[in-house]
Ligand binder design. Structure first.
Ligand SMILES: *Cc1c(COP(=O)(O)O)cnc(C)c1O
Length: 377
């Protein structure tokens, strides 16, 4: 029986499932590979501080964030693990980067010199990871191995700690892009090593190459994000079996504000987008697109209400969503429905919601707004 709830909309994040997903990654990669879980975007909206605490408790020595601000927030919460800032930083963020002991990913050779200058000013050895654009065509240097080696050797305070790259099409086994990226990246690593430069870490893989066991892409460190939250994207082409045993760690609920009966022919919501084909009982939910329910679910998504699938009817609006509860007429205001998660043997996950909404599961998770309360269970 669902209990009346104190919140309009909330997520329940399972600490033990986050921990279990981390252990599942470790089981696949084995003890020789460092795991640097990705907690950017507030841990894909699971809450970066709480998630980081769980991961550090499980033995994670590294965490990856998107930007300096996210790294500072973890430091302020007392997280002492190494923190890699992956998505570059602005000149205005450099001071905080060093002050908070964050480790930058550097993306151009000029930025190595710039970091060295800053580190020299502070008389502080600053480790950095250099990102190679091996074919993603986004951030990262496209310089040759000899140019990279020369740039690394030309400084004394900034110290190369890792070489990394990122894949564009890791799940697509019908494409040759990933093997090509691996080869290009390896040739840069080999060239840098041949110049007598030592580095501790080589990393290329996010969740997908872990889950599909692309071992030649693991290097000495992996950067799983999605998998930590319980998701692995489907593959294309002739992929090996997916071996990673992870489950979603987050359930998303909303309270029912009102229940009412409407006659056949009645219109529901903005634009009269839905017309009742029969007399029906509807419920108004205390969550809308401002909470992260994709507007594209208007008239096509579904939730789980009273243990049964209940279609979303009419437009998803900013603060409210309407559903058809004719199958579970006993539901009352104050009862909770499930937007994401499992209820009564039924489940909806972010990948399913994303498919219906024409987006990606990452987008659904990151779209859960900060005003949705977080509860840790
Ligand atoms: C976000 C990100 C990851 C994690 O990707 P998942 O697919 O969520 O595992 C890893 N590396 C980089 C550079 C990223 O930006």
């Amino acid at each position: 029986m669902v209990m009346p709830q104190p919140f309009r909309s909330w997520v329940e994040v399972s600490r033990s499932q986050i921990a279990g997903n981390f252990r599942a990654v470790r089981e696949i990669t084995g003890p020789g590979v460092e795991i640097a879980p990705v907690v950017k975007a507030d841990a894909y909206r699971h809450g970066a501080v709480e998630v980081s605490r769980v991961l550090v408790n499980e033995g994670a020595r590294w965490l990856c964030v998107g930007n300096v601000e996210e790294g500072c927030a973890l430091r302020e919460a007392g997280i002492g693990a190494r923190i890699l800032v992956m998505a570059d930083f602005l000149p205005s963020e450099r001071a905080a980067l060093l002050e908070f002991g964050l480790t930058p990913v550097i993306h151009t050779l000029a930025d190595i010199a710039e970091l060295d200058r800053l580190a020299a000013q502070r008389e502080q050895i600053v480790p950095y990871h250099l990102k190679i654009d091996s074919g993603m065509g986004r951030l990262g240097t496209r310089a040759s191995a000899s140019e990279v080696a020369a740039a690394i050797l030309g400084n004394s305070w900034a110290r190369l700690e890792g070489l990394m790259t990122h894949f564009a099409s890791a799940a697509d086994y019908s494409s040759s892009q990933t093997p090509e990226q691996i080869e290009r990246f390896r040739s840069i690593c080999d060239g840098v090593a041949a110049a007598g430069i030592h580095f501790d870490y080589v990393h290329l893989s996010s969740s997908i190459p872990i889950a599909y066991c692309r071992k030649d892409a693991w290097g000495t460190m992996v950067r799983p994000g999605h998998a930590i939250y319980g998701y692995v994207s489907p593959s294309r082409g002739e992929a090996p079996r997916q071996l990673l045993n992870v489950k979603p760690a987050l359930a998303w609920k909303a309270a029912i504000l009102a229940v009412k009966d409407i006659p056949q022919g009645w219109l529901v919501g903005y634009g009269g987008m839905y017309r009742a084909s029969r007399p029906m009982r509807i419920a108004v939910l205390a969550a809308g697109y401002a909470d992260g329910i994709p507007h594209r679910l208007s008239n096509r998504g579904r939730v789980i209400a009273g243990g049964k699938f209940a279609p979303i009817i009419g437009a998803v609006s900013m603060d409210l969503t309407t559903i058809d509860i004719s199958q579970t007429p006993g539901l009352q205001p104050g009862d909770a429905v499930t937007l994401l998660g499992t209820e009564g043997g039924l489940s909806i996950d972010a990948q399913q919601m994303a498919r219906t909404a024409g987006t990606i599961s990452y987008g659904v998770l990151c779209g859960i707004h900060a005003r949705v309360k977080r509860i840790y269970v």
